[in-house]
Ligand binder design. Structure first.
Ligand SMILES: Cc1cc2nc3c(=O)[nH]c(=O)nc-3n(C[C@H](O)[C@H](O)[C@H](O)COP(=O)(O)OP(=O)(O)OC[C@H]3O[C@@H](n4cnc5c(N)ncnc54)[C@H](O)[C@@H]3O)c2cc1C
Length: 352
């Protein structure tokens, strides 16, 4: 059995309290929500914070409320939409009637994360900040020492276990690459981006709001643009009138598994039946969720098979699955086209 290393635990009582503790703790501190990602990582010694700041006791971080979905500064019921606290569990998100009715892609994505037990513990904020994953990283300390570490987890002595000083600067997935290719594996991020979500980040000095898409960076190590002292406090969804959305997940076991491909699609239809607006976002095929720009070209056309095909092809061309997760990468790339086409056809054929 793997045990977590020693650490100090601080149960924060408010966002301000947590932000102050995070700022004081500096690089040694990490936030813990449900702990379903951080605790296994601590046991594997891939993340070893000396100070863990618990968010679970902060009431204002939980729950689903109407309103707050407008951009930038705003709020209240007048802005329409929905606000979800970052510590709302995935089970609560999946079961919330307001989510299921109007933001189906999110309900489907949250409801397919891991297992019922993990969804009862795991939170929306933790899912959005989930560490990137890789075959060469999500392993025990002994396993990683045996391959002389990698650049994402260079080992406590800087990665010189086998006497080769290069261990700490190497990406085993692409050995000549200067960057890390670990994969973004969050199910809810593609769905929320397709739905036009924004997020609030809070720190001691204040709060800021940004489109969720901008929270991510195409880098397996520095995969979030979140500043070190920031806490993700809430997710805001705009009003969903006229939109239909879905989420298709490819994984080995239907009962529970991380995605090897996630496809979120959202389409708004005009009165005559043509597409007014469309978004497609891919998960698990890069170090961040990928927006497929070609989806926007559907606007003005009917969602025929002929109109869907070029978007599905463009999505497959954009995806860069690598050999660092389950299944053969060529097959995963091929599946992007089928999943994107299938998701868009579902939105066309399913009455609202
Ligand atoms: C067997 C297994 C299967 C899984 N399958 C899936 C899957 O299919 N799909 C999937 O998406 N995930 C999966 N997961 C990962 C995980 O369970 C979920 O992503 C979960 O939502 C993480 O949420 P959490 O609250 O437990 O995060 P935590 O473990 O508490 O935190 C995760 C990360 O986010 C940071 N963090 C947490 N909350 C905040 C916040 N409010 N602000 C800023 N940073 C924060 C933490 O510091 C940490 O780095 C799986 C995990 C396991 C163990």
């Amino acid at each position: 059995m793997m045990r977590a290393p020693d650490f100090r635990y601080y149960a924060a009582r408010s966002v301000r309290d947590a932000a102050a503790a995070l700022e004081d703790g500096g690089n040694a501190a990490m936030l813990l929500a449900g702990g379903t990602d951080l605790v296994p990582n601590m046991k594997r010694r891939t993340q070893t914070p000396a100070l863990v700041i618990g968010l679970r006791g902060i009431g204002e971080l939980r729950g689903v409320r109407a309103g707050g979905g407008g951009g930038g500064g705003g709020g209240g019921r007048r802005a329409g939409g929905l606000t979800l606290g970052a510590c709302t569990t995935l089970a609560e998100v999946a079961a919330a009637p307001a989510v299921g009715r109007r933001y189906r892609a999110l309900a489907l994505a949250a409801g397919q994360v891991a297992t019922p037990q993990l969804r009862n513990m795991g939170t929306l904020g933790g899912n959005l900040c989930l560490d990137t994953r890789c075959t060469y990283y999500d392993q025990s300390e002994e396993w990683r020492r045996a391959i002389n570490w990698c650049m994402k987890a260079p080992g406590s002595n800087g990665g010189h276990a086998c006497g080769t000083p290069d261990g700490a600067s190497l990406c085993w997935v692409a050995t000549s690459s200067p960057r890390c290719w670990a994969v973004s594996s969050t199910d809810t991020a593609p769905a929320l981006i397709a739905l036009g979500a924004t997020v609030t980040l809070a720190r001691v000095a204040g709060r800021r709001r940004l489109p969720l898409e901008k929270l991510y960076r195409d880098d397996g190590m520095a995969y979030l643009t979140r500043e070190p002292g920031e806490i993700l406090t809430a997710v805001h969804l705009p009003a969903a009138a006229g939109w239909r959305s879905t989420y298709w997940k490819l994984r080995r076991r239907g009962s529970f598994d991380f995605p090897v491909l996630g496809v979120a699609a959202a389409v708004r239809f005009a009165t005559g039946g043509a597409v007014a607006d469309a978004r497609v976002v891919l998960g698990a095929v890069a170090s961040r969720p990928l927006v497929v720009p070609e989806a926007a070209t559907l606007a003005g056309s009917r969602l025929t098979d002929e109109a869907i095909e070029p978007v599905a092809e463009a999505a497959a061309a954009l995806a860069t699955p690598l050999d660092n997760t389950d299944f053969a990468l060529a097959w995963r790339k091929k599946m992007v086209r089928h999943y994107v086409a299938g998701a868009l056809r579902e939105l066309r054929d399913t009455p609202s």
